[in-house]
Write a protein that binds this ligand. Structure first.
Ligand SMILES: Cc1cc2nc3c(=O)[nH]c(=O)nc-3n(C[C@H](O)[C@H](O)[C@H](O)COP(=O)(O)O)c2cc1C
Length: 355
């Protein structure tokens, strides 16, 4: 059964022992300087039996930070912090890629702890509030529109972040192109009103995202670069209509790079079979996500609709999710009130089946 949850697979240059992936989850536990902490090392190590861990969203630069206590990958201290995470996961036989998440316009300035620009494709604020330092929903800042002259340096920031992730010993990176963050802001007409080479037609809207993917592939090798999309997701002010018009050409263009994988948050759209659309336009491995259970995940693999599956919330309270699924054991429920504290409680204190 080559397609079972427990069979091995290669995603580009990354060899997975099983097809159960831990989805990226922001948990707000970074220390001063947005450096990964020993607590984060423990958290990821506990979950190393996943075939692949995708880290929480990590900012490639100061300007990429929008949320409270999120980690970065642009300083020596951050690289050292991530090295400890990667070593702990590898010591337990796991694999780990870093999600590169540039928030773009989704920024509450009080979350940063430093002064920096807020940028976006156009001067249009994110219409929905996001949590501030105390968790209270807070209006996002008005972004400054990037000039076209600034784009090459921004692309290089992503490439450098990719190199930094590799220097820290991670197995690769996943570019966050989903959920209304910077890459998605360029893709979507609600946040991109540009009339230059980066906005307007779909060819122009995918231009910057493709520049970043291309630069990452050149920087660390295409077999170590994945990307994540969420077609039809209205989160953070995205226009959810007609996602196929943008995502078919985007995914098709990305396919020419020979990337490690495409990770999709399948919104279960009534009007579009997202997995079919992606299969028709992307020849590499697909990781499917969203609301999956062991049975539905196994069915997707058995039907050949995806090569791997990812679970987010199920990994919060079940560090040994892979072993629990294998044993048919019940899953523990997370305490959502403790998601975004800076404590071990509700983070590293969920026991595995064996204690
Ligand atoms: C606490 C939490 C934090 C999340 N943070 C991120 C993130 O940093 N990047 C991202 O792409 N998705 C993020 N997500 C979305 C998850 O990766 C996943 O798509 C979602 O939870 C649906 O999968 P599930 O039904 O298996 O939980 C987050 C989800 C949760 C619950």
């Amino acid at each position: 059964m080559s397609s079972s949850l427990f069979s091995s697979i290669a995603l580009g240059d990354i060899a997975l022992a099983n097809r159960i992936v831990m989805a990226p989850m922001t948990r707000d536990r970074a220390g001063p300087g947005d450096v990964p902490t020993a607590l984060m090392v423990e958290y990821y190590a506990q979950r190393a039996s996943a075939g692949l861990i995708v880290t929480e969203g990590v900012q490639p630069s100061l300007v990429g930070k929008g949320y409270w206590r999120t980690p970065g990958i642009h300083s020596d201290e951050q690289i050292a912090g991530w090295r400890a995470v990667a070593e702990a996961v590898h010591a337990r036989g796991g694999r780990i890629v870093m999600q590169l998440m540039h928030c773009g316009r989704v920024v509450v300035e009080a979350n940063r702890g430093f002064a920096a620009d807020v940028i976006g494709p156009s001067p249009i604020a994110c219409p929905t509030p996001v949590p501030g330092p105390d968790g209270t929903p807070t209006d996002c800042a008005m972004p400054r529109a990037l000039t076209s002259d600034e784009i090459p340096a921004l692309v290089e920031e992503f490439a450098q972040a990719g190199r930094n992730a590799m220097a820290a010993g991670l197995d690769g990176v996943e570019l966050h192109c989903a959920s209304g963050y910077l890459i998605n802001q360029f893709l979507n007409p609600a946040s991109n009103h540009r009339d230059d080479a980066y906005g307007g037609s779909v060819e122009h809207r995918i231009h910057f995202p493709m520049m970043v993917l291309t630069a990452l592939a050149e920087a660390i090798g295409p077999g170590r670069v994945g990307f994540r999309i969420s077609p039809g997701n209205p989160y953070n002010g995205m226009d959810p209509t007609d996602p196929a018009a943008t995502f078919a050409p985007f995914v098709k263009a990305a396919d020419s790079l020979g990337l490690a994988y495409l990770h999709v948050v399948d919104m279960g759209l009534a009007e579009l079979d997202t997995l079919d659309l992606l299969r028709a336009n992307f020849s590499g491995p697909i990781i499917a996500n969203n609301n999956l259970k062991a049975e539905s995940a196994a069915a997707l693999l058995a039907a050949g609709r995806a090569e791997a599956v990812s679970f987010g919330r199920a990994f919060i309270a079940n560090p040994d999710l892979v072993e629990r699924i294998a044993a048919g054991a019940p899953l523990a429920k997370p305490n959502y009130a403790l998601l975004n504290t800076d404590e071990a409680e509700g983070y590293t204190d969920y026991p595995s089946l064996t204690g």
